[in-house]
Design a protein around this ligand. Structure first.
Ligand code: CUK
Ligand code: CUA
Length: 681
């Protein structure tokens, strides 16, 4: 149907037929097509026949091909029309989340998480407690390295309520509430220094999984590198999520001690593999480096073996062992030791070829796809075969006594795709899509087994490759890691843009490319190049926009976004005041409304501790205010109804004009006041 739609367009009846709206965003035909604007059809050989004269002129002037025009039509959003999907992308070491609309590829906003961000007033008076709660051994870290955003799930599918994102740099996990798109919690993993493979939610968001990466002594202890095999460890941490409270429940979270194999990504199963989790690893060599001592560098040392280990974790059994008290505490945190994992049949390995990266679960929950970075194939494991191999004890043991299942017994298929396969996503038509880092391409290939009926001709085969620019890492399909993918688009998250955009200095933007995977055969069509100049997204999850139900103003005046309830401390209109609590403490109760703060004069004495409360008493949804206080590093975003509290010491006498930072009204410039700090003498 959609293919027909585009052909029709190029054949020349696009406007007359009113099909433009129908094939553009996939929404019901809107008001875009104006029958009156149709132009006479003239055939030509350049494929532009049938376009209005104006459009043909633009094509000529801008040297656009018919494919360019089709791509433009597929991504163009007329003013006021909303995107069909929202993509939540990590931003790598920028420490935040980026929200992008599809198919337009417009950035809608960022969400500050680990890194302070002044527009959102995050970390400049508000949000400081959340950031401080993620302190590492008492030191507050003001940045993070976000890789894998994980949406909350119900029965395996995204439910649009919560978003989790881990910090690879400091082994932390954050919770974002998708009612107000704000970070609510950051927790530090007590056993790990750094990690990698979070966040992935179990099918009903009971747990958020965070896998370790570089082996290190647990609990931040010192151990000589010579003791690598005995004292260095990996981990997989299961953070318990309490939906009612909207918080990770650290008390009911636990970790698995793993061999120091450099665990990488973790994904969870659903359907037949519900209750299981799958992770890969890259250093079963247990190589410890030392290039300066004449040893091979890590890059070759960890790539010596032909295989590493797919980690297969029965997390339900782990949860039971934890509940039964079969754990030891490491730095206060419950850990199931390798011994317990063996006794309780929690952990199994399966060989995976050549420096794997990524493990992804097919929509049916029946196959696990692993890519070997140095192997041109993807390896597909059958969960049914894994279960049979476990039942038949068809295994050998690794040096720590963990069963390693027989490779041939658990592999369903190997599909040759190309160079440097990394990550895989799926659609609803029996296709899988794998990023090829070295080839700089996306491979489209067919699943077999129960999916064979969708593509009976060629199960487990490469269908085609589409070049991307440049060095693709992850890729993302809407709902592409759930039981119900909505495979209309695919976003290639490419590492560097090289020549795609006007140069902006030696730090290159990334390039996110939108591909059409619904209206194509072997070759997926490139629709859009998006320069990403906010950090380095690794992974992204894409959700149907109608599944999100964000507030456009806080539900009631005096709302504390941290507790998601009205605060008893929120200043009320008519009750604004400045109260001296004692010799050294002053409390300010302020309201904000277009276009004034009340009070406008706030006076304290030099050296006072100032506790400042402010409520936006606005109900209109276009009435955001900002509040800055110069010299004290204070910057808040006060959204309609929102209450904020901050504290600081007025340590320097002076006159400080404060003002509203959002251009909120015609008299926004007048929305200011004076903060007087009188000398004590
Ligand atoms: S990793 Cu970055 S491209 Cu952290 Cu998911 Cu593969
Ligand atoms: Cu309020 Cu500007």
């Amino acid at each position: 149907m959609r293919t027909a739609c585009i052909r029709t367009a190029l054949l020349g009846t696009i406007l007359q037929a009113g099909l433009l709206a129908g094939c553009g965003g996939g929404e019901p035909s809107g008001s875009t097509a104006q029958p009156g604007t149709a132009r006479p059809v003239r055939t030509s050989t350049d494929g532009a026949a049938g376009l209005p004269v104006d459009a043909r002129k633009v094509m000529q002037e801008r040297n656009l091909s018919p494919d360019d025009v089709t791509a433009a039509l597929r991504t163009y959003m007329p003013s006021g029309r909303h995107d069909d999907f929202l993509m939540f992308a990590s931003s790598g070491h920028a420490g935040q989340v980026i929200v992008i609309g599809l198919p337009s590829m417009r950035i809608l906003r960022t969400i500050a998480v680990y890194t302070p961000e002044s527009w959102q007033g995050w970390g400049f008076g508000a949000g400081n407690d959340v950031i401080a709660a993620g302190a590492v051994d008492g030191k507050v870290m003001t940045w993070g390295d976000t890789h894998h955003p994980g949406l909350s799930r119900t029965k395996g599918e995204y439910d649009g309520q919560w978003l989790f994102i881990a910090d690879k740099a400091h082994a932390r996990m954050a919770v974002i509430d998708l009612r107000d798109f704000e970070t609510k919690q950051i927790v530090k993993n007590p056993i790990a220094i750094s990690d990698h493979g979070g966040a992935f939610a179990t099918p009903d968001t009971d747990y958020i999984i965070q896998g370790g990466q570089y082996g290190h002594p647990l609990a931040w202890e010192y151990a000589d590198i010579e003791e690598y095999d005995t004292r260095y460890r990996g981990h997989a941490t299961f953070w318990k999520f309490d939906r009612q409270r909207g918080r990770i429940d650290v008390e009911n979270s636990f970790a698995l001690e793993l061999p120091p194999y450099w665990q990488d990504l973790f994904q969870v199963g659903w359907g037949p593999s519900d209750g299981w989790s799958f992770g890969n690893s890259i250093n079963t060599e247990r190589y410890t480096g030392g290039i300066e001592k004449g040893r091979p560098p890590f890059e070759s040392g960890v790539s010596q073996s032909d295989t590493d280990y797919l980690h297969i974790i029965n997390w339900r059994a782990a949860e039971k062992a934890f509940r039964d008290g079969k754990f030891t505490r490491v730095n206060g945190f419950p850990v199931l030791t390798l011994d317990t994992l063996k006794k309780e049949n929690i952990l199994y390995f399966a060989p995976e070829p050549k420096s794997p990266h990524g493990v992804d679960v097919a929509p049916g929950g029946d196959f696990m796809v692993v890519s070997g970075k140095l192997d041109p194939h993807v390896t597909v494991y059958s969960f049914a075969k894994i279960q049979q191999a476990i039942a038949a004890k068809n295994w050998s043991l690794d040096p720590y006594g963990i069963p390693v299942l027989d490779f041939d017994a658990v592999v369903e298929a190997r599909v040759e795709l190309g160079l440097g396969p990394l990550h895989t996503q799926f659609d609803q038509q029996g296709y899988a899509y794998t990023s090829l880092f070295l080839d700089s391409a996306v491979a489209r290939w067919t699943l077999g087994g129960p999916y064979e009926k969708l593509n009976p001709d060629r199960p487990w085969s490469l269908i085609g490759k589409t070049p991307v620019h440049y060095n693709i890492g992850h890729l993302a399909v809407p709902h592409g890691d759930t039981p119900k993918p909505e495979g209309r688009y695919l976003v290639a998250l490419n590492k560097w843009s090289i020549d795609r955009f006007a140069p902006v200095g030696p730090l290159l933007p990334q390039n996110l490319q939108l591909l059409d995977i619904a209206n194509t055969g072997a070759n997926m069509k490139l629709l859009y190049d998006m320069p990403m100049g906010i950090g380095e997204p690794h992974y992204a999850q894409i959700i149907r926009a109608d599944l999100l139900k964000p507030w456009n103003a806080y539900p009631e005046i005096g709302w504390d976004p941290h507790t998601q309830a009205v605060s008893p401390h929120a200043p009320k209109q008519g009750d604004e005041k400045i109260v001296r609590r004692d010799e050294r403490t002053v409390e300010v109760f302020m309201t904000a409304i277009r276009s004034h703060f009340k009070p406008e004069h706030v006076e304290v004495l030099e050296g006072d501790r100032v506790i400042w409360h402010v409520t936006s008493v606005e109900r209109a949804l276009d009435a955001v205010h900002g509040f800055m206080l110069p010299g004290f590093n204070i910057m808040l975003s006060i959204e309609p109804g929102e209450y904020q509290r901050f504290e600081f010491t007025a340590d320097k006498a002076g006159v400080y004009p404060f003002y509203c930072t959002e251009f909120c009204s015609a008299l926004h410039l007048e929305m200011m006041g004076y903060f007087f700090v009188r000398p004590r003498s």
